[in-house]
Design a protein around this ligand. Structure first.
Ligand code: EPZ
Length: 417
């Protein structure tokens, strides 16, 4: 097990390159199941979650090759239709194989993912949509067992705009007979990225990115060669670091048009932000104003940036209210930040954050992917040293984050525990 040690007080300056988006790469790699032949994916981030999905796809019979940030997958030899508990438990996005397996192999047996640190995270909307498409869907011994001779297009209305639910059913509908309309669909850039890949494979997906997506089923898909879009959450994390440390960071290889909610909020905090075609420069010399934030489905402020923003507010001038509307238990990082001297009171799905002049370094524990990034941010501005344990959470979603921060001037290192 590794830990990360951060010495606070450095102002971060320089350039940082953003990697491919984990939450785009996961569904896109899974879409390889829908076709025979070799797909090539560029700009794939080197993360534990991506390793897990490659392992699952290979377990199902696909030929999977990793070559640095390029992954090649040929699902011509797809022969298994079961995603076992020990794989799904570790990486809940494995449920994304459900729709493609039923569409391609007419059956799937996928373990229910169970809850996780940030909430119960049911997949009832995935299953409801699949049965509306004509699949028989049963729950047995903790597994979903789904089957269908051929899925039939229909109108599906999501009670909640679910990201992976939209992705799962978009992939299933791509090979269904007839037209499927997904209403109240999620609008995240990762959904648009998946639709673009499916259309490159010969699918007919229209209006992804809006809340009504239309998919006209086709009888087969062919492999594609694509590049993964930049990770807007990694980019947002470095933007917060620039404001937090009164620094000056230029973020390269990012997609500013995916980051309106983040850019808007950080401007209100006082950041001086210059947006380029695929770069953003953030200067944090004006100090940190307290600003309220509410997490919302895209294009609102992303829940995956909530913990990072909370660190910023914990050293802001004044009081802010942070409301988490997506997940019911996404304040686990509050306890760790309070151990570093933050003044935060949680009431229901809101956290009242009273800015303090300075945090103090302490040994802390990462609990979920984004919370672990927030602990590094807190360490960057805390007095003294902060030791972050269980950094495997971090490695799930951030590639070499400590090296990127060190290149920006942070006193940070990873040591084996
Ligand atoms: C995706 O999770 C992301 N993961 C999450 O990122 C992200 O936080 C989340 O979307 C919200 O933006 C991936 O894309 C792999 P949802 P997902 O279905 O799809 C409820 C990270 O750190 N819901 O949009 O699982 C659910 O409980 C991760 O990278 C149902 O009730 O999220 C939640 O309250 C964390 N029934 C809300 O909808 C369902 O069938 C939104 O969840 C599905 C979801």
């Amino acid at each position: 097990m590794d830990k990360i040690i951060v010495e606070g007080g450095k102002s971060l300056k320089g350039k940082v390159k953003i990697g491919g988006a984990k939450n785009a790469a996961l569904p896109i790699l899974v879409s390889s199941l829908l076709a025979e032949g070799q797909n090539t994916y560029h700009n794939v981030p080197q993360l534990r979650d991506i390793e897990s999905i490659r392992h699952l796809l290979s377990d199902l019979g696909a030929k999977v090759e990793k070559d640095g940030h390029t992954t090649r997958i040929d699902a011509g030899g797809l022969c298994k239709s079961e995603a076992p508990y020990d794989l799904v438990r570790k990486m809940r996005a494995s449920v994304l194989v459900l729709g493609p397996l039923v569409a391609r192999l007419k059956r799937a047996r996928v373990s229910l993912p169970g809850g996780c640190a940030i909430g119960a995270r049911p997949i009832n909307l995935h299953l409801k949509g699949l049965s509306q498409l004509g699949a028989s869907v049963k729950l047995n011994h903790g597994y979903v067992e789904a089957s269908a001779d051929r899925l039939k297009g229909c109108d599906i209305y999501f009670d909640i705009p679910t990201v992976t639910g939209t992705e799962n059913l978009m992939m299933a509908a791509a090979l269904a007979e007839g037209v499927t309309t997904l209403r109240n669909a999620a609008r995240e850039p990762e959904i648009v990225a998946l639709a673009d890949v499916l259309n490159k494979m010969g699918a007919d997906v229209q209006d992804a990115g809006s809340s009504v997506i239309t998919i006209r089923g086709v009888s087969y898909l062919k492999p594609a060669e694509v590049s993964i879009i930049p990770d807007r959450i990694e980019a947002g994390t470095f933007m917060v670091a620039a404001v937090l440390t009164r620094g000056d960071i230029t973020i390269l290889n990012c997609e500013p048009s995916h980051m309106g909610g983040i850019i808007n909020k950080l401007k209100l905090v006082g950041a001086d932000i210059t947006v380029g075609d695929n770069s953003i420069r953030v200067i944090g010399e004006n100090g940190i104003e307290s600003v309220d934030v509410k997490t919302l489905p895209y294009p609102g402020f992303p829940t995956d940036m909530q913990a990072q923003f909370m660190v910023l507010m914990s050293v802001a001038k004044g009081l802010s209210i942070i409301s988490e509307t997506i997940f019911e238990n996404r304040f686990i990082h509050v306890g760790e930040l309070k151990r570093m001297g933050a003044d935060i009171t949680v009431s229901g799905n809101s956290a009242i954050v009273k800015g303090v002049p300075m945090l103090s370094g302490a040994p802390v524990m990462a609990t979920d992917l984004r919370a672990s990034a927030s602990l590094i941010l807190a360490g960057l501005v805390a007095r003294g040293a902060t030791e972050i344990h269980r950094v495997y959470h971090l490695d799930r979603g951030y590639e070499s984050i400590e090296k990127k921060f060190a290149r920006l001037g942070a006193a940070i290192k990873r040591v084996r525990e």
